[in-house]
Unconditional design. Structure first.
Length: 95
């Protein structure tokens, strides 16, 4: 069940990012060098709570010049999205 929730959360984060950047799946596919069908299929799997290939996610992150990070809560085992900037702030405070 956690895996399913994680996949759905990842989809939500990707979808939000694409909306904020005003990117559609055609543009993402072109930038990644894959077919629109490939992008659509993988996003649909995530939306349905099904895992996708980690290599695809890494390629998406590289293409979009972003990182989709998640931390697992020690209290309830749920995943929470955390921005790279947020983590860098913690690192800066620790130094």
């Amino acid at each position: 069940m956690r895996s399913k929730n994680f996949c759905k959360k990842l989809y939500s984060e990707i979808d939000l990012f694409l909306r904020e950047k005003k990117l559609n799946r055609y543009e993402v596919a072109e930038k990644m060098g894959v077919s629109k069908q490939n992008v659509s299929d993988n996003l649909l799997k995530l939306k349905d709570g099904k895992p996708v290939n980690l290599g695809w996610i890494l390629k998406l992150e590289e293409t979009l010049d972003t990182i989709f990070l998640f931390l697992k809560s020690e209290k309830n085992g749920n995943y929470k999205s955390v921005s790279y900037t947020h983590l860098r702030a913690h690192e800066t405070l620790a130094n």
